[in-house]
Design a protein around this ligand. Structure first.
Ligand SMILES: Cc1ncc(C[n+]2csc(CCOP(=O)(O)OP(=O)(O)O)c2C)c(N)n1
Ligand SMILES: [Mg+2]
Length: 398
């Protein structure tokens, strides 16, 4: 086979530009120049720091809003922990914990305008909360009785997607529709879409295709990647040779890395990104640099593949603790506020638990009743056959 004329072999000078494995890992962990690019408004010690570019997107955040963001995160963490416990007690088939990702999710969710649309994966309980989805509406998914019982159009929050990365195609298509229907512009009612996915999802073809279509159609979609460092047992360095936010450049749109454990920075950066999209400058890739503090799901045991000291380091960057420290030190907030939030969260957890325990088993033919909007003879025949089979057990112990 002859070599095409335009082909030139890689010289040693070119390969000198290729980073070493150590340099790649340093970049992915945020300790190189990529680390300096990290947008942060609240340090892990709870100190508010200035950021020339993004301060104006957090300028209106006074004490009340900061308290509300804190409350959101505490309540979300509380029902997430309850979900884990319910699975361990046999009430749920599985639970997908979000521990450690509260700021990344609450910050992004609270940046959305009511008319914006969100496409989640399966871990976005914190975003669901900000969209007004009652946490009990998540329970059917994990108890295996439904696919989520909220109205996606009313909440502007799509149903969960388990197929990794697939929602990037849905979100891009939806955003293209927003553009074609003239919903992008300077008006207060302009709309954008935000798509949530993980670091591992960036290796999926669906995400690549979403990026390509969004780029060439200038679709108003914020690709919000929560880089929690792990895709089950696969670390980020097995997914990429460059920090994820830098990938956007290859598609021709901006990419930015934000401290995913800093709720203020996540809020400010996502407000900016959504504004870019609403006004016709999208898409944008946001990499929220965070950490999955618990297992991938309740079916996973992370002690098999990662060291405890990594978790200990991330505990020092806890997203809730840094807001608490800031509220006390810079705003003089008293214990009474924190006790009230704690009481509210316990009340929510109790309601969540009781709802779960009281959930009735679904009727045996339920799985056939919501397959298509219109009646289908095939599904109807399957339903009849299943009910007859089911009836054959009547009176037996099975
Ligand atoms: C197309 C597809 N392949 C594989 C899986 C199995 N799977 C479920 S979660 C997961 C890892 C995803 O990691 P990441 O995108 O980083 O998201 P995270 O779970 O960390 O939030 C995989 C491979 C799946 N659900 N869908
Ligand atoms: Mg991940």
């Amino acid at each position: 086979m002859s070599v095409p004329q335009s082909w030139t072999p890689v010289t040693s000078a070119d390969s000198a530009a290729v980073p070493s494995r150590d340099q790649v890992v340093a970049g992915l962990k945020g300790t190189d120049e990529g680390g300096a690019d990290l947008v942060q408004l609240l340090t892990p010690e709870g100190v508010r720091v200035a950021d020339e570019r993004f301060d104006r997107y957090a300028a209106d955040i006074g004490l009340d809003t900061l308290e509300n963001l804190y409350r959101d995160m505490v309540l979300v963490r509380r029902f997430d922990r309850e979900g884990n416990a319910l699975q361990r007690q046999g009430q749920l088939g599985i639970w997908v914990p979000l521990l450690g990702q509260e700021a990344a999710q609450v910050g992004a969710g609270r940046a959305m305008a009511p008319q914006d649309m969100a496409f989640p994966s399966y871990r976005e309980h914190g975003v669901a909360w900000t969209r007004g989805v009652d946490p009990t509406d998540l329970l059917g998914i994990f108890r295996g009785t439904d696919h989520g019982s909220w109205d996606p159009l009313e909440k502007r929050f799509h149903l969960y997607t388990i197929v990794i990365g697939n929602q990037c195609l849905n979100a891009t298509g939806y955003a293209m529709g927003q553009k074609f229907e003239g919903k992008v512009g300077d008006g207060d009612d302009a709309e954008a879409t935000i798509c949530f996915f993980g670091d591992g999802a960036t290796s999926q073809g669906d995400v690549h295709e979403g990026f390509v279509w969004a780029a060439v159609y200038d679709a108003p979609v914020v690709f919000y990647c929560q880089n929690n460092q792990w895709a089950i047992s696969e670390p980020t360095e097995r997914q990429t040779r460059v920090p994820l936010y830098k990938r956007a450049q290859g598609y021709g749109f901006p990419g930015i890395r934000v401290d995913g454990n800093d709720v203020l920075a996540c809020l400010a950066v996502t407000r900016w990104a959504l504004e870019e999209c609403r006004t016709g400058n999208g898409p944008v890739l946001v990499e929220a640099f965070t950490y999955r503090m618990d297992a991938h799901t309740t079916s996973d045991d992370p002690t098999r593949y990662r060291l405890a000291d990594e978790l200990e380091l991330w505990k020092l960057k806890d997203p809730i603790e840094r807001v608490r420290v800031n509220l006390v030190r810079e705003h003089g907030v008293e214990q009474e506020f924190f006790s009230r939030v704690q009481a509210d969260s316990d009340e929510l957890a109790e309601r969540f638990r009781q709802f779960c325990v009281d959930m009735p088993p679904p009727a045996p033919d339920r799985m056939f009743s919501k397959v298509y909007a219109e009646p289908s003879p095939t599904v109807e025949a399957q339903r009849e056959a299943f009910l007859a089979y089911h009836a054959s057990f009547e009176g037996s112990d099975v």
